[in-house]
Write a protein that binds this ligand. Structure first.
Ligand code: C2E
Ligand code: MG
Ligand code: MG
Ligand code: MG
Length: 284
């Protein structure tokens, strides 16, 4: 029972905190083992061109499969990995695997699907070894068109390291996307300070399309702004046809979400791209 005040209330609070930190510690230990045993997987979610539904890109999303069909949310284990300095290894694993897979898939299907990977703020600080390995992998990538997704938080902090890395990536032809756009503390000045080429409108805004006037206006405004700045827009979390229709009508470039397809393992994703290719070719 929660006690509202006094010694027992405090005691309950510290016990709850203790329990949470023990659980996180356990999760962290399990994650270290899982990485060591190569248990993490990469799923792929298609990103389609709004105008004709063609798959132009995909987002690589890490998964940690559990025995007994249990599911650990990616947000949860990524945040634990971030707190304890393990996320770099995950990002490196995802980058290496997804580059190899997309390159192979594009050869096999004769497609040019782009790849987008998430990167934790930690990797954009040049100090650690993983960051070096990650950058080397980026530089050595072959034909795959690559975007890295960062959150506004990274740009707001604006360290010299970040500046240097992002400009180097830009020179190497790697695109930079702002993930969860609209949820950060955005002063918009970072558009002039950083080489941003894509914004991904956060799904909380897409969710409110057709139901909330505020959200609808915000999405319209983001689309106008991006258009003026020459920045491409991806709508995240598109779940219904009416959302998709609104976005097409307002010249959103690309769509991503369950309405198109969920994140999928390699084989399913490949089959999806294959079907999509045939259907788009036939309809022309
Ligand atoms: P994110 O980068 O914003 O990824 C989009 C999330 O939205 C994914 O969650 C995806 O499964 C989910 N999603 C896609 N379409 C829909 C939809 O229509 N409706 C709803 N409700 N959700 C949708 P996921 O895979 O659980 O990943 C959560 C977050 O974890 C990601 O958010 C990203 O910030 C982080 N993350 C995932 N993979 C990696 C990684 O390899 N490295 C790093 N550093 N972070 C990662
Ligand atoms: Mg993302
Ligand atoms: Mg997002
Ligand atoms: Mg997110």
């Amino acid at each position: 029972q929660v006690k509202k005040s006094g010694r027992n209330g405090w005691q309950f609070y510290t016990q709850a905190m203790q329990k949470e930190s023990e659980e996180k510690h356990q999760l962290f230990n399990d994650l270290v083992v899982a990485i060591g045993q190569n248990e993490l997987q990469v799923y792929y979610q298609p990103v389609v061109r709004a105008s004709d539904g063609q798959v132009v890109s995909c987002e690589a999303l890490v998964r940690w499969p559990q025995s007994e069909g249990k599911l650990i949310s990616t947000d949860l284990f990524i945040s634990v990995a971030e707190e304890r300095g393990l996320v770099n290894r995950i990002d490196l694993f995802v980058l290496r695997n997804s580059l190899a897979f997309i390159q192979q898939m594009n050869e096999e299907l004769d497609t040019k699907v782009h790849l987008s990977v998430n990167v934790s703020p930690r990797l954009l600080h040049l100090r650690d070894e993983d960051a070096k390995a990650w950058l080397d992998t980026l530089r050595q990538r072959q034909e795959v068109d690559l975007t890295i997704e960062i959150t506004e938080r990274v740009l707001v902090e604006d360290s010299d390291d970040t500046h240097e890395v992002l400009h180097e990536l830009d020179l190497a032809g790697i695109r930079i996307a702002i993930d969860d756009f609209g949820t950060g503390y955005s002063g918009l000045s970072y558009f002039s300070r950083f080489p941003v080429s894509v914004v991904k409108i956060d799904r909380s805004f897409i969710n409110g399309l057709n139901t909330s006037e505020t959200e609808t206006t915000l999405v319209e405004t983001i689309l106008l702004l991006a258009n003026k700045l020459g920045v491409q827009v991806i709508a995240e979390g598109v779940e219904t046809e009416s959302q998709a229709a609104f976005l097409r009508a307002n010249h959103c470039d690309m769509l991503q979400g369950y309405h198109i397809a969920p994140p999928m393992p390699e084989k399913e994703f490949l089959a999806f791209v294959k079907r999509n290719k045939t259907s788009v070719v036939e309809s022309h």
